[in-house]
Design a protein around this ligand. Structure first.
Ligand code: NI
Length: 433
């Protein structure tokens, strides 16, 4: 593993720190030393990168995604959530296979990396393909098999797949972790949550995922207190959405230490409502940010989510009620807290998961360090994203993916996308007969 020394850059260490010039030494995937601009450091044996007029921030943590759904971008833009899900997403998913899922996940993860995401929390089928794509792109990933119940046989098959992926990929390169992903309490009966809770007892460290109260109609379908009673919520859970959580639900989320993954673009686009994010924060709930899948967002740009999260709260509860530092904390420190990992901050001993922006771009004007957090949240500076380091390796540098044949991957992705659409077209025509 190479030793890297990053020099002369402006560094934003965390959501509440001032931006100053530092040098950062990286070894064996970790930040081992941070020195002041003029401090002596023995650079011998280090590969040196002069990042003059560039800004280094912690890598962004995407706490809810479905990378493979990149295939479905633009398929059902202006429909209700039920038309979107039942008439467009679920039928298309029937035409996916392992290889297609791999190229969908590769494309999704590459888009995330080029928007500064260094960690992604993903729930879907085809967890082997997704884990392989995470291994190949270099992203840090938390992958869960989306579990739903139709028959006992189907339920057990999905859990076995989840466990097989765990055996194969958990802790791969120290950056892939496998957990369980019961899709939602309206697709999994409560007694199955109880069974799953027993299984998870053997996987104490796993980070588990679920969707809770995305749509208002879900309030008719189950009670969060019933889910709490199954024991599932106490197993390191990240719950996506929670748009319609009421005061009682907030107490339940808090006492089970559930992290809420807020996905503002997806919620707004599907007309799901506005999650009471500020109320969650004030209640002591850990709130993070997610892109959700490209089928509903449609972009995998976490900076856009930071922007949207802020706009949505300002427009709902008042512009002074949420600050840019709180928004950045959601995608840095809070994301790290949900995953129990030394990421989300630039600190000695932490993982070297970093993002570099080119300050020569107009996105960063006025080029004044006290304004950099403002530019990050309110100007969505994706265009100037220059490089992304994960686990001490450049996985994106000078706007290129070293070691990845991008043209080949995007070509295969396009070919499979056309195939899905052709299959879907035939299926839709047959429905009409
Ligand atoms: Ni989702």
């Amino acid at each position: 593993m190479s030793k890297i020394f990053l020099k002369n850059a402006y560094v934003m260490k965390s959501s509440d720190s001032e931006t100053k010039k530092y040098n950062i030494a990286v070894n064996d995937g970790k930040i081992i030393k941070i020195t002041g601009e003029n401090d002596f450091f023995d650079e011998n044996g280090y590969e040196i990168f002069d990042l003059n007029n560039k800004l280094i921030t912690p890598g962004f943590i995407n706490s809810h995604s479905h990378a493979v759904m990149t295939y479905f971008r633009g398929n059902s833009d202006d429909t209700t959530i039920k038309e979107w899900l039942f008439d467009n997403m679920l039928p298309r998913e029937e035409f996916l296979n392992d290889e297609m899922a791999y190229y969908g996940a590769m494309t999704g993860f590459m888009e995330m990396i080029s928007s500064g995401i260094t960690t992604s929390v993903d729930m879907y089928m085809f967890t082997d393909s997704i884990s392989k794509a995470a291994a190949d792109t270099g992203i840090r990933a938390y992958v869960s098999r989306g579990l739903s119940y139709d028959t006992q046989e189907g339920w057990e098959r999905r859990i076995n797949e989840n466990i097989e992926t765990y055996k194969k990929y958990n802790n791969y390169d120290g950056r892939i972790k496998i957990g369980f992903g019961p899709h939602a309490p309206y697709t999994v009966p409560m007694e199955k949550f109880r069974e799953l809770s027993e299984i998870i007892n053997d996987y104490k460290e796993s980070i588990n995922q679920i969707h809770i109260y995305e749509g208002l109609w879900e309030k008719e379908s189950y009670k969060l207190s019933d889910l709490e009673e199954t024991g599932f919520l106490s197993h390191n859970v990240i719950a996506a959405h929670c748009v319609h959580a009421d005061d009682e639900d907030i107490k339940i989320l808090k006492r089970n230490n559930v992290t809420v993954a807020h996905n503002p673009s997806s919620n707004m686009k599907l007309g799901s409502g506005t999650a009471p994010i500020k109320k969650f924060i004030d209640s002591g709930i850990n709130v993070t940010l997610g892109t959700d899948g490209a089928g509903s967002n449609n972009s995998l740009n976490i900076l856009k989510e930071a922007h949207m999260a802020s706009m949505l709260q300002k427009n709902t509860i008042g512009p002074e009620k949420i600050k840019k530092e709180e928004i950045l904390k959601m995608c840095w420190e809070n994301g790290a807290h949900a995953l129990n990992e030394k990421i989300g901050e630039i600190r000695e001993g932490y993982m070297a998961d970093l993002v570099v922006f080119d300050l020569n771009d107009e996105e960063w004007l006025p080029n004044n360090t006290v304004k950099f957090k403002s530019h990050l949240v309110y100007n969505i500076p994706k265009k100037s994203l220059y490089a992304t380091m994960i686990n001490g390796k450049w996985v994106y540098f000078d706007r290129k993916f070293p070691g990845i044949n991008k043209e080949d991957i995007y070509e295969k992705f396009g070919k499979y996308c056309d195939k899905i659409e052709a299959d879907f077209y035939n299926y839709s025509n047959n429905l009409g007969k």
